[in-house]
Write a protein that binds this ligand. Structure first.
Ligand SMILES: *Cc1c(COP(=O)(O)O)cnc(C)c1O
Length: 439
């Protein structure tokens, strides 16, 4: 076997091929096209068409000087991360290819992946906040995000000011002035503006453009990054960086993963906003594992197909539900009643999504009867999967929210949240029809 050549010698341990141009004859390629191969060169992996899963904890340097150069990137002596692969808490081929592909959807310069959406959010906030600082955030937020700000960051004397989704530019400026005073009194700064739009489970939208203008007017440009959780509409139906956000946050567990079989998260934005977060992730860990990264690359090949189908299904299902005599109303972005919300939708959104609220006539008993009668839709929290899911926020995801706050947020006992999947729309309508008849 001495003459066997096990594989083509690789000239350098860098996995990155020359960056794909992303265009042909001046035509900019659609992200959907680039999901099949961007960022991966089969020549570096025995000709394997798909990236192998790189199960290794560490990477061999081509020489000592390269090892030194790579560590300059890891330790922040040179910003922007390592030029090469070093150690699997910092980076790896599957994670880097995934990050390259994710950044395409949001038109971002850089992206970072994490072991969950919450890891992404927590590491990002920790990277930007010091004692005395203030976070300004929209409300409501995903319960764990709200809890991290209110119960964990508060231990380090980081405080917050919140505002309702839908706030006008004037209201936002007043909140930012309040936050500035609060920060000055605490010896800190306004460290971050954190948004979630649409909000869970109300689907209330935040005016990102107004937030940007207010931030620039009160704090100055580049003073505190505007981060937005785009899990409900991204990456297809809302592109927040185009409307003035600096950092886009995802729970990849939802639409991007899309099959309810993994947990992961990501951030995307300019390198200067990613660098401090990458440095803390290098220290703490929390990067997505190679197997999950590989699964996400497979998911990204069909994300546009799946989301389009789910969006079409939701429109058909909502058209049916809107006219049903057991339904009191819908919280669906395709049927907005409020003109301010409709204006934000028209400026920011490219589609109404497939996650919405149904208000059943009655209360908890009627809602539970509906949920318990569903045959196709599964009774589970989460969203964005191929299968349709239904849940009762007041009794499940938002059970710990105090009653007054629930009332203020519109989380009532007759609210059922539905995430429509990619089944046949008429089958779903038949299922909802028979379940409503049991109410
Ligand atoms: C699920 C979710 C999260 C948390 O993501 P995990 O991947 O479960 O950690 C954050 N924000 C929103 C809007 C979510 O739906």
């Amino acid at each position: 076997m001495s003459d066997a050549v096990p594989h083509k010698p690789v000239p350098t341990p860098r996995r990155k091929p020359k960056p794909a141009a992303g265009e042909i004859n001046g035509r900019k390629l659609n992200p959907a096209t680039m999901m099949m191969g961007h960022g991966f060169d089969p020549v570096l992996s025995e000709g394997s068409l798909k990236p192998p899963i790189f199960l290794t904890s560490t990477f061999a340097f081509e020489n000592a000087a390269a090892g030194k150069r790579h560590f300059e990137g890891i330790t922040g002596k040179r910003p922007g991360g390592a030029e090469g692969l070093v150690y699997s808490r910092f980076n790896g081929p599957n994670q880097e290819i995934l990050e390259d592909r994710l950044s395409i959807w949001d038109g971002a310069e850089d992206a970072l992946t994490f072991s969950s959406g919450m890891t992404a959010i927590c590491v990002m906030m920790l990277a930007y906040c010091a004692a005395g600082d203030v976070i300004v955030h929209s409300g409501p937020l995903y319960a764990a995000s709200e809890g991290f700000v209110a119960k964990v960051l508060s231990k380090f004397n980081v405080t917050y000011v919140d505002f309702p989704a839908g706030a006008s530019r004037e209201e936002l400026e007043a909140k930012l002035e309040q936050a500035k005073d609060q920060a000055a009194a605490n010896g800190g700064k306004v460290a971050m503006v954190y948004l979630e739009s649409p909000a869970n489970p109300t689907n209330a939208l935040v005016d990102i453009e107004a937030v940007r203008e207010a931030r620039n007017a009160v704090l100055g440009e580049d003073a505190a990054p505007i981060a937005i959780d785009n899990t409900f509409l991204g990456p297809l139906w809302q592109r927040p960086l185009e409307h003035g956000a600096d950092i886009v946050v995802y729970s990849l567990t939802k639409y991007v993963g899309g099959h309810s079989d993994l947990v992961a998260g990501s951030l995307a934005g300019a390198k200067k906003w990613m660098d401090p977060v990458r440095a803390l992730r290098n220290t703490m860990g929390g990067i997505v594992d190679p197997n999950t990264a590989w699964m996400l690359m497979r998911s990204l090949e069909t994300v546009e197909l799946r989301m389009q189908r789910a969006g079409e299904n939701a429109a058909k299902v909502c058209a049916f539900l809107a006219n049903h005599d057991k339904v009191e109303g819908l919280g669906y972005l395709g049927m907005i009643a409020d003109s301010r919300q409709q204006d934000i939708y028209d400026r920011h959104c490219l589609g109404a999504g497939s996650t919405f609220s149904v208000f059943i006539k009655g209360g908890e008993a009627e809602s539970f009867a509906f949920l318990d009668s569903l045959k196709i839709a599964k009774l589970a929290v989460s969203l964005g999967g191929t299968e349709t899911l239904a849940s009762h926020p007041a009794a499940m995801t938002h059970l710990s929210v105090p009653d007054e706050r629930k009332a203020a947020l519109g989380i009532t006992d007759n609210l059922v949240r539905i995430s429509v999947g990619i089944e046949d729309a008429d089958d779903l309508i038949a299922d909802f029809d028979q379940a409503l008849s049991q109410v």
